[in-house]
Write a protein that binds this ligand. Sequence first.
Ligand code: ADP
Ligand code: ZN
Ligand code: ZN
Length: 733
Amino acid sequence: MRPTIARVALPVPLDKQFDYLIPSHLFPVIGGRVSVPFGPKTLIGIVTQLATQSDFKHSQLKEIKQVLDSEPVWSESLFQLLKWCSQFYQYPLGDTLANALPSALRKGKPADFSTLLEWQLTEAGKNQFMVGFGRAVQQERAMRALEYGAVSHQQLLEQEISGSVLKALQEKGWVQSIEKKPEIKTWSSEVEVEADKPKLNQEQAVAIATVNSAQGFGCYLLEGVTGSGKTEVYLNLIKPVLERGQQALVLVPEIGLTPQTINRFRQRFNVPVEVVHSGLNETERLNAWLSARDKAAGIVIGTRSALLTPFADLGIIIVDEEHDSSYKQQDSLRYHARDVAVMRANKEQIPIVLGSATPALETLHNALSGKYHHLELSQRAGNAKPTRNRVLDVKGLYLESGLSAPLIAEMRKHLGAGNQVMLFLNRRGFSPALMCHECGWIAECKRCDAYYTYHQNSNEIRCHHCGSQQPVIHQCQGCGSTNLVTVGVGTEQLEKQLQQLFPEYRAIRIDRDSTRRKGSLESALNAIQKGEYQILIGTQMLAKGHHFPDVTLVALLDVDGSLYSSDFRASERLAQLFIQVAGRAGRASKPGEVVLQTHHPEHSLLQALLNHSYRHFAQTALQERQWAMLPPYTFLTLFRAEANNGEVVEEFMRQVRYTLEAHPLFDETCQVLGPTPAPLAKKAGKYRWQLLLQTQTRPLMQRLLTSAKPAIELLPHSKKVRWSLDIEPQDLS
Ligand code: ADP
Ligand code: ZN
Ligand code: ZN
């Protein structure tokens, strides 16, 4: 019987799907897009089921307006993965599916290359340049934009050349449009460009052989310090995949997607490489998506969101720097791209390689317990030597903008020898607070439970949580005194201080403030490579993805905050940062040195790191996690809620707690922690509370959440607050 009902997942924040009647002239498919009336609006959704019956009377149902796809948008396995994501992360299916579509498809554009229009001059148009364009200013601008060859429709729009101007020129016969369909062909089996590839060392060869000899799904942790040749392993693993005519997906952290990385893949292989990141415009993103789906691309390299790219025939997934926190999405669908990538590889029955010098404790635990295969590269392949590391006890020492005298002396030595010095301070701005010297009053954001950061360069105080800012104040609002002093040190102040301490050297600051402009990070890094600066100051932005061979001294100015943080992952992150920066510095002829300034030189985690290795640290930290019953030995879900009225939020969270504890699945292995005010208890005028649910297994967490969530939605206060679930949260603030 012909189906008469289509069940549609719509991008609305409701955990259900909607039934629509299928008019006799339309033929929707499962997994394809349709447009449907929804209240006064028309929405685009995905058909999840075709049926002949509905729980509703046919007279209550509306008809599908339009069928946008005659075939499913995703392969069956990717569609399954998205459904799994929706369930696992407790996020509505319609929203999850919409999240996975390029915005052009979300808006209803065709899912093929037909939307990729280009414009070019006709012969008549070219001749017109001799004659001139008269007073048609807009038309002349359009003509000039095309003077040197075809330009995409999208690019012209971005130059504010409108479609109607182009239409007018087309009618005059001066320009013509061409459809830009990339030629889709399978690449030849000669995929590799025979460049000067290094000869593999034994560990690399073993790693490659291990992955290649296996069939179907397998998850491999490739643990190797920076420069040990992990990328070389990736390249060697991708080669046979491409030779078989299959494709490869390479995920990199947000900051790791540099031209150097991309070029290594482009230069090695004779196949089209697509790059996917958040900076792409709508057309570029659609183009990359289609290229992968239609096998015009052999390799897709991208950040988190590239994970959900469809492939015609995916053969391997690589996740580089798998411990990086940018793999976790922090809003809407709060997925962890590394974890979902493992699930994807499993569904597609292909190998996945997780690479890192400092594996996440979760990943290491999986490798040590035998769930993942463990491959190691213990030697540095290139010519870099390990760094000399030490803690500098700053107890009782005078700190000049965060710098102790022994450190300043050390810097002088390295700079004097013609080398570069790198300083880390994870706090931007001039100083984290502005205080009255008479009465102790501190300038506070009115909308957040946080102090204002003083930014001297722009002469403002800014809240780093809600973004509000105002001109710097000169008078205490408590006692009226004008004796205001700064408290604490940020990167801006450090930069100023260094100019005074070392006027003969040039310092550069790399943080979110200094790299706001597009391309500014790139050019700053280039200038550093060229040696235009001797002192590099940065937040952790500076630590990732770049190698600075002339840096011989690295100092972490303030590690105490991470040792005694309320976030149980802080010490893991500190260890990862430390290993990362140590890996960035020095080469054989110039061995590097790493200094940690601390008031707690005896701290066990610091000692484990310094005297042994990341692995030693990680095993100590895993022990502690096990004793404290923290992940990866238990599983957490973070409930967050916020509203203008603090009491309502608190009451709602209390009700959530009762709901969970009263649930039949909640047993003695489960625990609720909280509710407590969030670490940032008030943000942008909203009061925030949170609560942690802990279970000993994932399946129990899943069953408990799936069954308790509808009850929570029915709580009297649930409509008065904004609340969300973060499954396996990375950030507890
Ligand atoms: P990682 O990705 O672990 O940081 P890379 O793969 O980038 O390491 O390797 C670091 C450097 O060492 C690169 O310049 C690379 O070309 C080189 N290299 C990698 N493997 C070898 C090898 N077996 N012999 C010599 N040089 C190598
Ligand atoms: Zn604020
Ligand atoms: Zn005062």
